[in-house]
Design a protein around this ligand. Structure first.
Ligand code: FVH
Length: 293
């Protein structure tokens, strides 16, 4: 039987922090030739021992391969690291977390230097990288052609989800999901604070909390449906008037338990403002319109 050798796309990777190192190991494990660079050389040495080629400078690393991936701390470090590199003809994939405006500006910046550009927002933590069942994935936006050209290589560390030609959309999706996550963390922090001084094992509350959050999560589909239709009374189960009437109980309970209401109060205040506009029969969806200035 004839053996077929499938050439794996060589990858250049700049940035070997916790996430960069995880990406590097995933590409190496999948057989991709990898050239790396990191500001602190010791980190590159560790990856070199696992099979990567270490370049002497960022510019040399960029020159090594067409596909150039950067995973650095922030947009300022991307600017700094790539300042002296010749990007002409490179396929630049930026997996550094930034704002949508930074991504759009970086796309223009790359184009002016003759590079094609794809922005990425990583929805995973390092231990999820290279573990297909872990559920991690990366949002991509920018050049569709670039995404298709490197789809297979980009899918090695984590799943891929392309969200549009607007280079800012990956960052926007990333930050939207992470913002919701922080809202969830805030709610969970308040819940744990409520039981903190009681004879209740936090470990007994944790599974109840997790199950409840999972049960409530699908309400986002109804919110989306109401936003699309413009009818915020559509399918309402617990209307705003009823929910606002319940808020003093939450605040009184917090006071009784010696817990600051500072995480809950801003949201309750928005609910009250929306009710004051005469939206008692609606869902909570109207709060979104109060946020959008
Ligand atoms: N780690 C995580 O859980 C999250 C998951 C979601 C995505 N984020 C984003 O990924 C980017 C990289 O994160 P990281 O975890 O690798 O971060 P660090 O371990 O802190 O490594 C930072 C790397 O950036 C290099 N660096 C920083 N500043 C500069 C600079 N001015 N010039 C050159 N390189 C710079 C740093 O180099 P060194 O400190 O080792 O010399 C690391 O390689 C990030 O956008 C997350 O938001 C991770």
């Amino acid at each position: 039987m004839a053996h077929e050798t499938v050439e794996k796309t060589p990858v250049t990777l700049l940035g070997l922090g916790a996430m960069g190192a995880a990406l590097a190991r995933a590409w190496l494990a999948a057989g991709h030739p990898l050239t790396v660079w990191n500001r602190t050389p010791a980190r590159a040495a560790a990856i070199s021992a696992e099979g990567a080629t270490v370049a002497n400078s960022a510019a040399e690393t960029v020159a090594a391969n067409t596909l150039v991936v950067v995973c650095l701390l922030d947009d300022a470090s991307v600017e700094e690291v790539l300042a002296g590199a010749d990007l002409a003809g490179r396929d630049l994939v930026n997996l550094t977390t930034g704002t949508p405006a930074q991504a759009r500006a970086r796309a223009d910046w790359a184009r002016e230097r003759g590079a094609r550009y794809l922005d990425g927002g990583i929805m995973a933590v390092p231990p999820m990288i290279g573990v297909p069942d872990a559920g991690g994935y990366v949002f991509y936006s920018g050049s569709r052609e670039l995404f298709e050209r490197h789809r297979e290589t980009l899918a090695v560390p984590a799943g891929t989800t392309y969200v549009g030609r607007d280079a800012g959309f990956a960052a926007l999706h990333d930050i939207a999901l992470l913002s919701a996550m922080y809202g969830m963390f805030a709610g969970a922090a308040h819940a744990f604070a409520l039981i903190r001084r009681e004879d209740i094992d936090p470990a007994s509350l944790a599974p109840l909390l997790a199950d409840w959050l999972v049960a409530m999560a699908p309400t986002v589909h109804q919110t989306a449906d109401q936003l699309r239709s413009g009818d915020y009374t559509k399918g309402v189960v617990s209307n705003l008037a009823m929910q606002v009437a319940g808020t003093p109980t939450f605040l009184r309970t917090a006071a009784e338990q010696g817990v600051s209401p500072e995480l809950l109060s801003p949201y309750f205040e928005l609910m009250r403002r929306r009710l004051a506009e005469g939206s008692g029969e609606e869902d909570l969806t109207g709060v979104i319109d109060l946020l959008v200035r």
